[in-house]
Design a protein around this ligand. Structure first.
Ligand code: HEC
Length: 480
């Protein structure tokens, strides 16, 4: 069997998912602001050119373009940061995505180059240019920024709803997957919202405008919040495209996912209600404090939404292909026989700290199979989750991961490896004593392994959800 294990980084008490999720949220927020900001700058330029707003030009040239520049620098840096973290967290996932979508990514990068060049040219030379030239640059910037969303959106939404793309020879089947359009429209509207809210903070902070000028600008900018009325429809559409089990996580099946979904929905609803009723219908003025609060709510909504998007894919990082721990579903069966040990050439950082080789083996199994979603003693720590379980309970629950919680992948190792990880957590929970009576030295080791084998066989090697299970078994990628 060809099976490659890559070196991964260990972020201590921080869960890997949180490291990449935290950076991802910041990246998405700044990137959305850069996109929505582009559209807003075009609108302001048009208002200025056509004499519709006496203050639009000053606002556009004064601060807003500077802010956009800042956001696209932050967006670009965190974008590179995403690559850097994803190769440390899940090389298999990012590798597979590049493998399938390299040309799509190349297209995205060319748009990104255009975005940088147009944005920078505007920043540097806008004051010397005619209105028509300014508008052209802004339109180019905006088109390029939105296009980078368009291309990346196809790849990200494909991770959750790849549909029949693995059976298809064309990459477009996967790219234009079921989640593509609702998430593209949703993100576009979210970009408008971010940009409008940040603009309101900036308008408030500009000393050169009196109250009347500020009100005029705020009322203009508020138009960008109007598309938020479509968000509920797009949200429901997106939910409808999700696989049934993922949908059930957010609708009460998983407390964490439901909570994040709640944060996203409530924050968006609050912004939407305030925007539509207060800002657009009543034409209210919004002061700096309220504007900042609205921006924070938008950041909360982005965070909640991104966590949901990342979280509902569990146990997969690419649905029906790759589990979050880097094992493809068709390899589980083989790994149950061969184990990972022979494939993993990388040492543990703390090799010398283990009093027995079985514990070292267990630490490796944890790193390979569990560390994508768990830590040892930090966030979502297995030592906390299984603290009260007897050793036999651990054997059963670890061996039947996908039955224990359907958002975990099946265990993909030998009975020896399973017993090693059980012993490892027994040892950690006992406070990592210097002396340890390993089960592999005990006379009933063979009997333990036979029981564990029984548990493993009972759970089978197919994923938990009925639909995925049936599919995997039909394709010969797993057993009941
Ligand atoms: C795809 C992500 C993922 C992987 C990989 C994963 N888990 Fe989990 N696991 C979870 C999540 C999410 C929970 C739920 C945590 C909670 O309920 O707070 C969980 C819960 C658990 C629990 C508690 C179950 C209960 O009933 O309370 C144990 C024990 C556990 N995991 C062990 C493991 C072991 C051992 C491995 C590796 C062999 C592993 N997990 C791999 C995501 C994962």
């Amino acid at each position: 069997m060809d099976f490659v294990v890559y070196p991964v980084n260990d972020f201590g008490p921080l869960m890997k998912g949180m490291v990449i999720g935290g950076l991802g949220i910041f990246h998405v927020f700044t990137a959305q602001f850069a996109i929505g900001g582009g559209f807003l700058m075009c609108y302001l330029q048009w208002l200025a050119m056509t004499g519709r707003s006496p203050h639009a030009r000053q606002f556009l040239d004064g601060y807003f373009k500077f802010l956009i520049l800042l956001s696209f620098i932050a967006g670009a840096l965190t974008g590179v940061g995403m690559w850097f973290t994803s190769i440390q967290v899940s090389p298999q996932t990012i590798g597979k995505m590049i493998d399938i979508y390299h040309w799509v990514w190349a297209i995205e990068w060319t748009f990104f180059c255009l975005e940088v060049v147009a944005g920078y040219a505007f920043y540097r030379y806008a004051h010397q240019l005619t209105d028509a030239a300014r508008m052209t640059l802004l339109a180019l910037y905006t088109l390029a920024a939105w296009m980078s969303l368009f291309w990346i959106n196809g790849i990200l939404s494909w991770q959750l709803t790849p549909g029949q793309s693995f059976e298809s020879a064309s990459i477009w089947t996967g790219f234009f997957n079921a989640g593509f359009w609702p998430s593209l429209f949703y993100r576009t509207i979210a970009s408008f919202t971010c940009a409008a809210l940040v603009a309101m903070v900036v308008i408030n902070c500009m000393r050169e405008f009196d109250r009347q000028a500020k009100t005029e600008l705020i009322n203009r900018v508020a138009i960008f919040l109007a598309p938020m009325v479509l968000m509920p429809v797009l949200g429901v559409w997106y939910l409808a495209t999700m696989p049934a089990d993922s949908r059930s996580w957010v609708l009460g099946g998983s407390i964490a996912m439901t909570m994040f979904m709640g944060i996203a929905v409530i924050s968006s609803a609050l912004i939407g209600a305030y925007a539509l009723w207060g800002l657009i219908y009543q034409k209210l003025y919004v002061n700096a404090a309220t504007a900042v609060l609205l921006v924070l709510l938008a950041a909360g909504a982005t965070a909640g939404g991104e966590f949901v998007r990342e979280g509902v894919r569990k146990p997969f990082s690419i649905r029906n292909l790759l589990y979050s721990n880097g094992v493809t579903i068709d390899k589980v069966d083989d790994l149950r026989r061969t184990g990972w040990a022979a494939y993993d050439k990388f040492p543990l950082r703390d090799e010398q700290d283990y009093p027995h080789p079985q514990l070292k083996a267990g630490a490796l199994v944890f790193r390979q199979q569990c560390s994508a979603c768990h830590t040892v003693e930090g966030m979502n720590a297995i030592s906390h989750l299984s603290k009260t379980w007897t050793v036999e309970q651990k054997r059963l629950m670890f061996a039947q991961l996908q039955k224990t919680k359907p958002f975990m992948p099946p265990f993909s190792g030998t009975p020896e490896e399973l017993e090693a990880v059980v012993q490892y957590f027994e040892w950690v929970i006992a406070g990592r004593p210097k002396q340890w009576n390993a089960s592999s030295d005990s006379p009933d080791y063979a009997a333990v392994l036979a029981r564990v084998q029984g548990f493993l066989d009972e759970a089978g090697t197919a994923p938990a959800s009925e639909q995925d299970r049936a599919r995997a078994i039909a394709q010969g990628k797993g057993r009941r």
